[in-house]
Design a protein around this ligand. Structure first.
Ligand code: SF4
Length: 264
């Protein structure tokens, strides 16, 4: 069921955010985590080509219309730093700057492009922007190092879909010094067809929670994913109901107070 706030803003179903904002949509796959991308699934359902990146005619200015403060997942149907959007990004940065009442969560799989795509007045980072990297297994750990070199007020990691072991012990120093938050989640998907789920292990979650505690990262366990939901016989098919989890996993923290925002 859609959740709409008092001021008629539709919230995403993603538990760590409020509404989404997609100034452009469409993307190309860059790593294993993209394999069953939900944007590809949804666009194909609507008969659209997911690999064509288009500036949104209806949503580009959307945050300017939201008066109440919002915690916004930015570019949930693309990548903020994708090259195809280079001509539109300056205008989009200006929208972010002109709406200091909102906080923008920008999550990318292209951190190597961040420095060349920042606005001239970025300084130590706009105060209302969090920048994160998706790290779905050990193979993508290098993204953490790349993001550590980018000035930003809040840096975070999204380990979702967690599709392999992610050992961050050797990144402990970088995490302590430069990072603030980690999101953990298993993959959602079907048993058959084109959009499937992959294996996920509980021990991958516990190891990441342990290293996060040692390095002072706030932790948000979003969902256990379909594989663990099946294995543990959970009612929520994506393993997203926190009440069904063992107590040690029931952690949904944010890197700073989000009291002023409504989240899913
Ligand atoms: S970067 Fe994100 S939006 Fe783009 S294909 Fe990968 S998962 Fe999908």
């Amino acid at each position: 069921m859609k959740k709409i706030t008092k001021d008629k803003v539709e919230l995403s179903k993603i538990q760590w955010t409020g509404p989404t904002w997609n100034p452009w949509h469409g993307c190309t796959k860059v790593s294993a985590g993209c394999k069953f991308c939900y944007m590809f699934r949804d666009k194909e359902r609507y008969g659209q080509n997911p690999t064509t990146v288009l500036k949104s005619k209806t949503m580009f200015n959307q945050p300017l219309k939201w008066q109440e403060p919002q915690l916004i997942f930015t570019c949930s149907w693309s990548d903020w730093f994708i090259k195809d959007a280079d001509d539109w990004r300056t205008e989009a940065w200006k929208i972010i700057k002109d709406t200091p009442q909102h906080t923008y969560q920008i999550l990318t799989k292209r951190p190597e492009r961040i420095l060349e795509c920042l606005p001239d007045d970025w300084g130590d980072g706009y105060p209302n922007v969090w920048i994160g990297v998706s790290v779905e297994s050990d193979a993508e750990k290098h993204r953490i190092e790349t993001l550590s070199k980018v000035p930003a007020r809040i840096r975070f990691i999204s380990a979702e879909p967690l599709i392999g072991e992610l050992n961050l012990e050797d990144y402990a120093e970088i995490l302590s010094e430069y990072f603030h938050w980690i999101i953990l989640g298993g993959e959602s998907g079907n048993k058959t067809g084109k959009y499937l789920f992959r294996e996920c292990k509980l021990e991958w979650f516990t190891k990441l929670i342990d290293i996060s505690r040692k390095t002072n990262l706030k932790v948000f366990v979003k969902q256990l994913g379909t594989h663990l939901a099946n294995t543990l016989d959970l009612k929520d098919r994506h393993g997203g109901n926190i009440e069904e989890w063992e107590e040690s996993l029931q952690i949904r923290e944010f890197p700073e107070s989000i009291e002023r925002y409504k989240v899913a």
